[in-house]
Design a protein around this ligand. Structure first.
Ligand SMILES: [Zn+2]
Length: 340
């Protein structure tokens, strides 16, 4: 499904005293929010699982200031002969773009290091690009959602929530064996990052209009290269995961990956006290830029997610899950199925 962008978004930056610093084009990857929006309507049963309509990213004008000032943006999915499906998003999604611009202004001495700044989001119509013959068309070839029918309620009654469940997230159910194996593998590799590829199924409950995922197994990334700060999947890891899918022959798909964070080793290296570790930002719900790169590159589907095993010195191993919420990788809750 192609995503067109008939407007160009920019951030208008202001210094602490209100002085205008300039307006700079806001570079954003619209892929994750576009995928999230499409999947949101597929989950609700409002878009077919192979829904392949064109979509666009549009400004939502500020109520009082009007054009070109935005109070947010909209992803609009066209449906031939029907009202388009829309999701609106806030200007806070431009925070990273504004922060990048701010650091350039600091380098240019327009802004002092640590100085407070504010920004407005503006949008201007983009010049129409002539279609060059033989030119590449940017196209997002989203695969159909491979979901089978099942009852969400049966899964809910057979599981326990872990972390904070947000109703806007696709429910994810994890088999307890997967977490037990991940815990054992983490302990066996104490001090270095280890991990694996999560496989399972996508289910759809037509009665409640929801799609949910079930993690049935994890393929250990035996060929991965792990040191204490980073885990890299090698081509052999992917071969092993695909071989496992074929061998199991249960119509499973790749759902994401898990890896460990040897927080106890990180903290030891920085001589953090046990008490300090308890409030350490790495101890729980920490997802690094490298982790994000792996998720985006290897598991770009909007239903994919990552699990992190937090190995700290002050408590038993805990698990955090991260997924695409409104196009942004966010810590999220999940369900652990009960044995049997
Ligand atoms: Zn990590």
């Amino acid at each position: 499904m192609p995503l067109t962008s008939p407007y160009r978004f920019a951030v208008a930056m202001f210094a602490e005293d209100g002085t205008s610093l300039g307006t700079v084009a806001a570079k954003r990857d619209w892929g994750p929010v576009h995928e999230w929006t499409r999947f949101r309507f597929q989950r609700r049963g409002q878009l077919s699982l192979d829904g392949d309509g064109s979509a666009s990213v549009l400004p939502v004008w500020e109520t009082t200031l009007g054009e070109p000032y935005c109070r947010g943006y909209r992803i609009q999915i066209e449906q031939p002969g029907r009202v388009p499906l829309c999701s609106d998003f806030p200007n806070t999604h431009f925070r990273d773009a504004a922060s990048t611009v701010a650091s350039v202004f600091v380098e240019q001495k327009k802004l002092r290091e640590g100085e407070y700044y504010s920004y407005l989001v503006v949008a201007q119509p983009a010049p129409v690009q002539p279609e060059s013959p033989g030119g590449l068309r940017v196209c997002n070839a989203s695969p159909p959602v491979p979901a089978r029918n099942a009852s969400l309620n049966i899964f809910l009654t057979a599981s326990t929530a872990c972390g904070t469940i947000d109703d806007s997230d696709m429910p994810v159910f994890v088999s307890p064996q997967v977490l037990e194996e991940a815990a054992a593998q983490t302990r066996a590799h104490e001090g270095t990052e280890t991990g694996g590829i999560l496989i399972g199924k996508l289910w759809r409950d037509l009665a409640v209009a929801e799609i949910f995922a079930q993690v049935t197994a994890a393929v250990p990334a035996e060929h991965s290269i792990g040191n204490h700060v980073k885990l890299t999947f090698t081509p052999q890891t992917w071969t092993a995961a695909n071989a496992a899918l074929q061998l199991r022959n249960r119509d499973e798909i790749l759902l994401g990956y898990w890896h460990s964070h040897p927080v106890r080793t990180w903290c030891k290296g920085r001589s953090c006290s046990l008490d300090a570790q308890k409030s350490c930002r790495f101890a729980k719900d920490f997802f690094s830029a490298d982790d994000e790169d792996v998720l985006r590159a290897a598991f770009p589907a909007p239903w994919c997610f990552a699990i992190v095993a937090n190995d700290t010195a002050f408590t038993d191993l805990t698990f955090s899950m991260f997924g695409n919420r409104e196009g942004i990788t966010t810590p999220r809750g999940f369900f652990v199925l009960r044995e049997g």
